[in-house]
Ligand binder design. Structure first.
Ligand SMILES: [Zn+2]
Ligand SMILES: [Zn+2]
Length: 367
């Protein structure tokens, strides 16, 4: 039995691709996500006289003048950029196509190439949580009435002149980020405790293959988005104010934070082992610790709920560090109903059906 566990562990460890934790690697990763950053934020950038250049206008003009095929190419590249980038990174590190996490798509239980189908479907999906994160700030910048509503909330929450220097602006910004992350933490934890029928879909993948980050589906996105909403709105009050006062430096930090969330998501479901050194790891959740969240070892259940920060996991006692990685024996729940049906059915229908069935059961038990 022990040998069997060791053997399974070996197959998992075989796929891990270690990244050298050098400053160089981090700089390359940051530069490589720059196009994605520009794309995600082009509509919410603050107007600035910095460099005497309106980035927003120039960028939109550039896209509009490209013509249909080229602009479609740029748009698809912007959507798949992180996936291409991380897969490319895996390739230069492992020098073998077989070791790419995408190559393991075949080994996950369930429909053939299911994760590829889920990835394609997710491209057309209305992402409520992502939308609230970026668009709410966008609305705050463009709509005068929404902005004055935010300002009123802010004035009621914070005494006038309290945030009058750059240190306090930074403090207010960090407070906004902590509120955002608390929303992410709570919505994820609530989905484990009360909406497991729906969230189980994400945990049904039995291989980490980069694309299984998209095993979510519209019902899941909607539930998470609704739980997130109050936190996102409150976070926006603080982030918006700090951008208004701190302008570009704060805006750049906020953008990096938003894109880091996306990057961590992809890396956390890939073979790249990225563990941050201390003291960074006390604040930021190393992407590879998400492997523990997907581990099928009961010791790892309901741990590492965070997205970018691990602060809330540390505070609420759900944090597991990298010393636990050696106890991973495999991933996901292979007997999950989500591995038994057609991918289209699993993506759109099964979550609704499972949730309704549970409600009915409760009604029968407690009429
Ligand atoms: Zn989960
Ligand atoms: Zn995951």
């Amino acid at each position: 039995m022990n040998n069997l566990i060791k053997e399974k562990n070996k197959t998992f460890l075989k796929y891990i691709i270690n990244i050298r934790r050098s400053k160089f690697t981090y700089i390359i990763l940051l530069l490589a996500i720059a196009p994605r950053v520009l794309w995600m934020t082009k509509d919410v950038m603050p107007d600035s006289n910095l460099f005497a250049l309106n980035v927003k206008l120039n960028f939109n003009n550039f896209i509009n003048n490209l013509g249909f095929t080229k602009s479609l190419l740029i748009k698809s590249l912007s959507v798949s950029w992180l996936f291409i980038l991380i897969t490319f990174f895996e390739f230069i590190k492992s020098k073998s196509i077989r070791n790419l996490s995408i190559s393991r798509i075949n080994y996950s239980k369930g429909g053939k190439y299911a994760d590829l189908i889920y990835y394609m479907l997710s491209l057309f999906e209305f992402k409520l949580s992502y939308l609230t994160y970026f668009a709410t700030l966008g609305i705050a910048r463009f709509s005068g009435s929404f902005r004055s509503f935010l300002n009123k909330v802010y004035e009621n929450l914070v005494p006038i002149d309290f945030f009058s220097n750059s240190f306090m602006i930074l403090f207010m910004f960090i407070l906004g980020l902590l509120i955002f992350e608390l929303g992410q933490y709570i919505s994820h934890r609530v989905s484990h405790a009360y909406f497991w029928e729906v969230h189980e879909f994400h945990h049904s993948a039995t291989e980490m293959n980069i694309l299984n980050v998209n095993r979510t589906g519209p019902l899941h996105q909607a539930i998470i988005g609704i739980i997130d909403l109050p936190f996102v709105l409150l976070g926006v009050v603080f982030v918006n104010q700090s951008i208004v006062q701190g302008q570009w430096p704060i805006f750049i930090m906020w953008t990096i934070f938003g894109v880091a969330g996306e990057c961590f998501g992809f890396i956390g479901h890939s073979s790249l082992k990225l563990i941050f050194p201390k003291p960074i790891s006390y604040i930021f959740l190393s992407p590879s610790l998400h492997w523990l969240h997907h581990s099928n070892n009961p010791k790892h259940f309901n741990k590492n709920f965070g997205r970018v920060l691990c602060i809330w996991d540390q505070i609420f006692g759900t944090y597991l560090d990298e010393t636990n990685l050696k106890d991973i024996k495999g991933f996901g729940f292979k007997h999950s109903a989500y591995n038994k049906y057609n991918p289209l059915y699993c993506y759109y229908i099964l979550p609704i059906k499972k949730l309704l069935q549970r409600k009915l059961k409760i009604n029968f038990r407690f009429p």
